[in-house]
Write a protein that binds this ligand. Structure first.
Ligand SMILES: C=C(O[C@@H]1C=C(C(=O)O)C=C[C@H]1O)C(=O)O
Length: 420
């Protein structure tokens, strides 16, 4: 079958039951057993899952359409007994998608989900129609610590990457495009196989305001919400324009003020907001697009941020909206096609699922899809290795050395999570 043909895999018939559980206070991630592990956690809320009740692998130009129709089919055939009734209870899939059409992605429906929202904790069991599984006993698991991690250059050295940035600046100055986002990778090499739950827990603890995720070997803590759909409300948090934190609060406040006035960063940000607002417009009855960004403070960096919100005008699911938004100018550039081609021409590495949509969705099509940033991809052939990624938006006023420093700051969350 060619990659662009629609997927005709039959979605399985599933039985789903969500039940409230009391007296569970451990962090959601503590319940992840060794094998597998899906996670989506922010400020202690979210859900973790394990086992595979259903899975769809997608690639090619119809990947989002295929995923949306598979999900609709699966939802249509499912019998759901949801005794909790909050966003995230009942039938839920986790998923992640490649940056380009050729990079594979997937939707996964786990066999067990443990979820929490605002003090309510629940367990969802998902099984084939013939057998309704009993909810599992929740156990706390201790991941194996990760020790002795060395970091090596990925596809390019830092110096080589800076010269690619210099090339991109020339192409922008010559009028070919306005903005391009260029990324680089490092390889983390541990002495022992990396237990992904170890860095995952550390990311969730250190970056509580980010969305900490784990889907099929891709883990990270991203600050950028591509789209959330919940009960007819659509929101997106756009980030573009970055400055490193120094650790000195007074100095960081001065830096935040300079970021908010920087014409280079404001221009870079404006491209990203415009791309999101334009993509959401056909799906919204009314929209609020802030005129000026705020400064989002994270432990490692500060970003110019805008929260775009709208009221849904149609039944497009969270994943359908993510498909319309991807790739936004925050991770690709402006104009999109020219930037995408330039990335393919000069970036010199395969992004895989880095900077693609990652998230979850429920049976009603509500859910959250973030952009997979500040993340790493476990090497499927060598469990001691992981690729970690970071990119930066390049505009005419960019400086290659400063952009390299920015990517180093963006690598800090994964480096720290893997470090001793
Ligand atoms: C590409 C990354 O980040 C993106 C680029 C940003 C920028 O250039 O300022 C800021 C946030 C993200 O939209 C990354 O973190 O790897």
């Amino acid at each position: 079958m060619s990659l662009s043909e629609p997927v005709r895999s039959q979605a399985p018939h599933l039985v789903i039951r969500s039940q409230r559980i009391d007296g569970v206070s451990a962090q959601l991630m503590d319940h992840l057993p060794t094998e597998g592990g899906l996670a989506w956690v922010r400020r202690g809320d979210g859900h973790v899952g394990w086992g595979v009740a259903a899975r769809l692998d997608v690639a090619g130009s119809n990947r989002f359409r295929d995923a949306v129709s598979w999900w609709q089919e699966l939802v249509g055939a499912a019998v759901v007994r949801d005794e909790v009734g909050v966003p995230g209870s009942g039938l839920v899939c986790f998923g992640s998608f490649g940056f380009t059409d050729d990079d594979p992605g997937e939707l996964v429906v786990p066999e067990v989900i443990v979820g929490r929202r605002g003090g309510t904790t629940w367990v969802t069991t998902i099984s084939p129609a013939s057998s309704l599984a009993a909810p599992p006993e929740l156990v706390i698991h201790q991941p194996d610590p990760v020790h002795d991690v060395a970091f090596a250059d990925g596809a390019r050295s830092g110096t080589d990457w800076s010269s690619i940035v210099a090339d991109a600046i020339e192409r922008i100055t010559s009028g070919e495009l306005d903005k391009v986002v260029l990324a680089r990778d490092l390889i983390a090499i541990a002495e022992q196989p990396i237990d992904l739950r170890w860095p995952l827990r550390r990311l969730a603890a250190a970056y509580p305001n980010c969305w900490t995720f784990s889907v099929d070997g891709l883990i990270g803590a991203t600050p950028e919400l591509l789209v959330r759909r919940e009960k007819g409300l659509i929101t997106s948090r756009v980030l573009a324009g970055t400055i490193r934190r120094t650790g000195d609060d007074a100095h960081d406040l001065a830096l935040a003020a300079s970021l908010a006035r920087s014409s280079k960063d404001l221009e870079e940000h404006e491209f990203a907001v415009r791309s999101v607002a334009d993509a959401l417009k056909p799906h919204c009855k009314s929209m609020n697009v802030p005129e000026t960004p705020f400064v989002l403070h994270l432990p490692n960096v500060m970003h110019l941020a805008s929260d775009v919100a709208g009221v849904a005008a149609n039944g497009a699911s969270a994943l359908g909206l993510a498909a319309a938004l991807h790739p936004s100018a925050a991770v690709c550039g402006t104009p999109t096609d020219v930037a995408r081609d330039l990335i393919g021409e000069i970036e010199g590495m395969k992004r895989g699922r880095f900077s693609g949509p990652v998230g979850w969705m429920d049976a009603a099509g509500d859910g959250e899809w973030c952009i997979a940033l500040r993340c790493g991809q476990a090497d499927p052939d060598d469990p001691r290795r992981m690729r970690i990624f970071a990119g930066a938006g390049i505009v005419a006023g960019s400086d290659p050395v400063a952009e390299l420093a920015e990517t180093n700051a963006k690598l800090v969350p994964m480096r720290d999570a893997l470090g001793d």
